[in-house]
Design a protein around this ligand. Sequence first.
Ligand code: 3SL
Length: 267
Amino acid sequence: MNPQEFPQIEACFSPRDFYQYEEGFEVVVVIDVLRATSAICAAIENGVEGIIPVSTVEDARAYLDKGYIAAAEREGKIVEGFTLGNSPYSYLDEKLKGEIVVLTTTNGTKAIKIAEHKETVVIGSLNNLDALVSWIVSRGENTLLLASGWKDKFNLEDTICAGAIIEGVLSSKAFRTKEDSSIAAMFLSKSARDNQFAFLKSSSHRIRLRNLNLNADVKYCLTPNNLSAIPILKDGVLISQENFDKAVKAENGGKSNGEEMVGLKTE
Ligand code: 3SL
C-alpha cells in the first residue's frame, strides 16, 4: 500500500482544539494520565463492570441520589458528599468488582464527553500503553489521541503519553502521521522516556498533586504497562474490550463486527 494511504494517527493537545482535529477520525483515544484515565484503566482491569462518565457534579449527584456508586473529583479533591474520587488505588477495592461507577472529573470525563459522538472512544494511559498500541494497530483506522489537558490548557503528561503511543503505532510501519502536534509529542516523549517522574517534576499537575499529598497516585499513573485493559465506550458506559466485543457480537446476531461487514459465516 502507498504510505500516503496508511491510516493516520495524530495528537490533539487539548479538548479546546478537538474540533479542529476531529474530522476524518472515527477512533478517539482519550488520555488523562493524571489521573482520570489511569484510574479508569485500573478500575476496568480490576473488574469494575462499567464506568459512566458524566460532565458535571450535579449529574453525578443525581445518580448518587438514585443509589448508584458515584465518584466526583474537582481540583484534585474528592467533592463533598462523595466518598470516591479518581485515585487509581480506590478502584483496586474488591468491593467495586462487578459494579457500575458513575464518574465526573475536572478534565478527563469532560474530554470523554466531547468525543462521545465518535464511532469508537477508548481510554488511554501510560498504564495500558503497549496493549493500546497493539489494539490501535490491529484496528488500522484513523486514530486521534485527545489529551485532556488542564482546563483546556496543554499539559506535559498527556502529551508524553500521546507521543509514546504514536511512536509505538508508527513502528508497525502501517500508520502515518503528519501533524506538528504529533511530532512534538514524540519529541517530548523521547526526552522523558528515561525518567518520567523526574521529567515531570516541575509540571503544573505534578505540583498540584504533590501539594495534595498524592505522590503515590502520580507514581502509579506514570508506571507504563502495569495494566492491559482497554476501556471502550458503549452506549455511554466504559466497559472492557472483551465485554464490548461480546456486546457487539450479540447485537450482530452472533457475528463479530468484521464478520458482519464482510458477510463471513461464524461457523
Ligand atoms: O482532571 C481530571 O480529570 C483529574 O484526573 C484531575 S486530578 O488528577 O484529580 O487532579
